[in-house]
Design a protein around this ligand. Structure first.
Ligand code: GLN
Ligand code: ZN
Length: 760
């Protein structure tokens, strides 16, 4: 093993997999056609690796939907409700597990975020009695194809400890039963695959998490029993996204043939690993960043590789990507519109394969030329794209604590806001977006393609805003929004108007299943050239007597959903973003807008994996929000929105944001989220989402009333808002209008009830 990648993106250069999967789901192509698409993509990915000069080609990383789902199918761990009569796991069963079976009314498996990435995996459901049905035939075929190319194969296999710890919570006893059972299943699997493949990469990303002592001991037992069972193939242990930290000893002592280290995020482990690694173990150095799109400094990377080779011996070191390349776009060559000086600084998956091979390549004239190219391109990039904007840096240096703090405490602000807002008890509102109809998308496309002039497009958007305002008035909502029709995406819309951002044409990254996102890229200092939202919001306000709430995306979310420069700390980029948002907030206020929502949908997902690192992040992230929002007068009401539930642990940090109102997702958990408010007296106003906008189902009046009554057990009526749990852009009008009507009715009913109580 000299150089390898931990995995390649599955979608294809032009998202061929997305198209094929969606066509299969719509019944437009059959299973054979879908399989043919997969075969072609895999062949292409292996050829890319071979052409790059990687001698070991990776398989098992491809998936129609998700690799955890694939592993469950490989082991025959299909939840009972999806089983068909002959218990065969065909593609239909596979997609039912991922997406549910509408016909038979069977709910899909749950999906959740893959560590701190924007990828989502399906949460394993492990029943009380482990039972396996291993089918590794697909992996065999992959190995054979790689061998037919004259190359060696490495199979990626998510490991048993991760499978159990990422599954739905279970008792310690059941966990141990599963560990035992899985060890045997994996031994069988490894023995079989080991006869064919050169290497097997056991992915155990949970090895970088804070683990209980019991779990550490059990995991160690599992790993020790697996090491060696793949012989004659060799077994590589891989984790990534953070340092191993206190789990390092377990990993070193387990007897694997090789251990991988993510040098982007786990560099702290390097010295300890070099000291602790048994003399027969190879170290796989994750030098090429799999989480970002920047070009690797190959001279620096080779220096590190050679230093480790000198220390361990040349046969005990391998060059690698830090993690799977799943998290970066496919090919920089597909980008035709990026300026040359930006391209100079970037590398996508295809380019990263080449970089990985070059790090381990022997000296030669071609290598010399490649290194010279690499250094020259990086120098050009640093000089142009990364050049600091002195006025931004200066402003940043002058930020004071006062600017992070509202001038009065919440209690005083509340009075100033109530005085002009004159809202009823339990005011109703929405989270910002209204349906992004096909008409809206079509017009935007026409405008972007130059088939519609700006004036006509703006007029169309104004008509759309008028329509949204009228509908909200008819529904009787208390605080209105303009509907966000002008926004394709809550980050892209702002990024496009800020200096320091750039965009790709084809830089898609898988988010879940066939869904991809195209993250913006923050390469330079951030600066706002001119107001970004003021025209739309003031126009909306001009149409109604009711207060209109402006919508902005917060600095942390702008940061978390972009690829971010790495030459300065993230906290600093976030502060620059905060200043840009602060300017927008000031302009809105100046224009008479006194309700401003700053969405921080991604605040929690930026949380570092290790507890020890979390407070540092939370402290600069919260400061960034405060910097963005605290410049307003007492009478201006700041809202924020977060769309996830698990935030009990960070509730005190949410309070420190000091937003006047926070709206959160709650309905799916039946308000259990509000438990956080039981142990912690949240000081400001809260809008717990009273219905799940992700479901097309029309919520019932009694359900909403019940949820609100539950919320009233935790929060006084004076500080409770009524709203859906997220924006409505993915819904149709036929769905959201009746739902909102019920929501308004629920609020009215409770108001009556509450006033009767006070009178009585
Ligand atoms: N204001 C945004 C919307 O309503 C918030 C979206 C989000 O939380 N993801 O669409
Ligand atoms: Zn949301």
């Amino acid at each position: 093993m000299k150089a390898h990648i931990l995995g390649f993106p599955r979608m294809g250069r032009n998202r061929e997999l997305k198209q094929a999967v969606e066509r299969f789901q719509r019944g437009k192509i059959d299973a054979a056609a879908l399989q043919a698409c997969a075969a072609e993509l895999k062949q292409n990915h292996w050829q890319t690796q071979a052409d790059a000069g990687l001698s070991l080609l990776t398989c098992g990383d491809f998936s129609f939907y998700d690799h955890i789902l694939d592993t469950l199918c490989l082991l025959g761990l299909v939840p009972e409700r999806f089983q068909n009569e002959d218990r065969v796991v065909d593609l239909t069963t596979y997609f039912h597990m991922a997406r549910g079976d509408r016909e038979r009314n069977i709910a899909a498996m749950e999906m959740t975020k893959w560590f701190d990435t924007n990828y989502h995996y399906l949460v394993p459901e492990l029943p009380d009695q482990p039972r396996f049905r291993i089918d590794s035939s697909g992996l065999y075929r992959d190995i054979e194809q790689i061998q037919a190319m004259g190359c060696q194969a490495k199979v990626v296999l998510p490991g048993p400890v991760s499978l159990v710890l990422l599954a739905k919570p279970m008792s310690a006893q059941l966990r141990r039963r599963w560990f035992d059972a899985l060890v045997e299943a994996y031994q069988t699997l490894l023995r079989r695959l080991g006869r064919q493949a050169a290497w097997i990469q056991l992915d155990e990303p949970v090895a970088v998490l804070d683990l209980d002592e019991d779990i550490r001991r059990e995991a160690h037992g599992v790993w020790r029993r697996l090491a060696g069972t793949a012989a004659p193939a060799r077994l590589l242990f891989a984790a990534y996204f953070a340092p191993y930290g206190d789990n390092l000893d377990l990993v070193c002592d387990s007897g694997f043939d090789a251990v991988h280290l993510d040098l982007q995020r786990g560099r702290d482990d390097l010295d300890a690993l070099l000291a602790r690694l048994p003399s027969t173990t190879t170290l796989s150095l994750g030098l090429v960043d799999g989480r970002n799109i920047w070009k690797t400094d190959l001279v620096a990377a080779r220096r590190c590789y050679q230093a480790v080779a000198a220390r361990l011996g040349p046969t005990r070191v391998a060059a690698a990507t830090s993690c799977s390349l799943l998290h970066v776009p496919v090919d920089l060559a597909s980008e035709t519109r990026l300026s040359a000086h930006l391209r100079d600084g970037m590398a996508f998956a295809v380019q990263k394969c080449v970089e990985t091979a070059l790090i381990a390549a022997p000296e030669s004239p071609t290598l010399e030329a490649a290194l010279a190219d690499n250094q020259a391109a990086l120098a050009r990039f640093r000089e142009s794209a990364l050049a600091a904007r002195p006025q931004v840096r200066q402003r940043l240096a002058n930020v004071t604590e006062t600017e992070l703090t509202r001038s009065s405490p919440y209690a005083r602000r509340r009075r100033a806001q109530a005085a002009w807002l004159k809202l009823p008890l339990l005011p109703t509102t929405t989270i910002g977006s209204f349906p992004q109809t096909t008409a809206i998308r079509a017009k935007r496309r026409q405008f972007k393609r130059g088939e519609m002039n700006e004036q006509a497009y703006r007029q169309f958007l104004k008509d759309e805003i008028r329509h949204v305002i009228e509908r909200q008035e008819a529904l009787g909502l208390d605080v209105l929004v303009h509907g966000e029709a002008e926004r394709n995406d809550m980050v892209e819309y702002f990024g496009e108007q800020l200096e320091g951002f750039c965009f790709t044409e084809n830089g898609w990254v898988q988010s879940y299943g066939s869904r991809c996102v195209k993250p913006p890229i923050i390469y330079g200092d951030i600066q706002r050239a001119k107001p970004m939202t003021v025209d739309w919001i003031t126009y909306a306000q001009s149409l109604t007597e009711k207060p209109v709430k402006a919508m902005l995306t917060g600095p942390v979310t702008l940061l978390c959903w972009s690829f971010v420069r790495e030459d300065v700390p993230r906290a600093m980029v976030c502060r620059q973003l905060a200043l840009a948002v602060r300017d927008e907030v000031a302009d809105l206020e100046q224009a008479g807008v006194r309700l401003i929502q700053i969405d921080e949908a991604a605040l929690r997902e930026g949380l570092p994996l290790r507890k020890a690192d979390q407070n540092h992040y939370l402290s600069w992230a919260v400061d960034a929000f405060r910097l963005a929002s605290a410049g307003v007068a007492d009478a201006t009401q700041i809202h924020t929105h977060m769309c996830y539930s698990a935030f009990n642990e960070i509730i005190e940090w949410i309070a420190r944001l000091d937003a006047d109102v926070v709206s959160i997702e709650c309905s799916r958990s039946g308000m259990t989220l509000l438990d956080a408010f039981e142990s912690y007296a949240y000081p400001n106003e809260v809008g717990p989402g009273v219905y799940d906008i992700h479901s097309p189902r029309l919520p019932r009046l009694d359900e909403m009333v019940r949820l609100l009554q539950k919320a009233l057990q935790y929060l006084p009526a004076e500080r409770l808002w009524v709203n859906p749990d997220c924006g409505l852009k993915t819904r149709r009008w036929e769905e959201c209008e009746p739902a909102l009507a019920v929501m308004v009715q629920a609020a009215r009913q409770l108001r009556l009830h509450l006033s009767a109580q006070t009178v009585g």
